[in-house]
Design a protein around this ligand. Sequence first.
Ligand code: MN
Length: 258
Amino acid sequence: MMRAMTAERADALDIIGDIHGCLDELVRLLGRLGYERTRGGGFQHPNMRRLVFVGDLVDRGPDSPGVLALVMHLVNAHGAFCVLGNHDDKLVRYLMGNPVRMTHGMQQTVDQLEGKDQTFRNKVAEFLRSCPTQISFQHLDLAVAHAGLRESMIGETSRRARMFALYGESTGERDVFGFPIRHPWAELYRGTQAIVYGHTPTHAPNWVNNTICIDTGCVFGGSLTAVRFPERQLVSVAATRLHYTATRTMPGFQLSAL
Ligand code: MN
């Protein structure tokens, strides 16, 4: 599996947060960003901007196969980029025949994939196995990874860097709900390269030391967010409805928004 990637192209980018099967909101966000549908079922921007996905394409939401089909087409035919998220990584392991626990909305994805043929499932597995866990866009002084990155891990291909990019870093302690307490890497980040990531649903994206989380909990009834580079402009569309009920309050995520 490809683990880190350096992109050389000089195009401007629109980076999109955790989709989790929310196909309708993805299509609406692409429209809001100015992308136009192509005859082949893809989308392209009149100013040749390019799309980047922070991963977690699947689980919990209404149409994970539809999101996979669209993102695969955008990457294969329209020069989009996609980094692997922890949910996507788990789906590859499932598709490769490995035992996985059907938790965190994975059952929905597996049920939805029942309606798809083996050729599609093979294409999904092949695509997700080709996704890097981080991409550096050096012309924009930017790196993208699903759960974030420490400065020392930019471009690094170790298992440690890969696990950090997928899951973030746990302190080894657990909160009162039994969930791992996450390491505050963003608060400690001092790098000059901006880090754009998702993974942790937040009500409103905030820049923290040149890092920004753009997972705004669409599948939990929040919104789907993009950040544009080099403009650093945020563009969001509201969730069409609450697709999945969170089992606990997300850090920084307002229950009133659910
Ligand atoms: Mn996620």
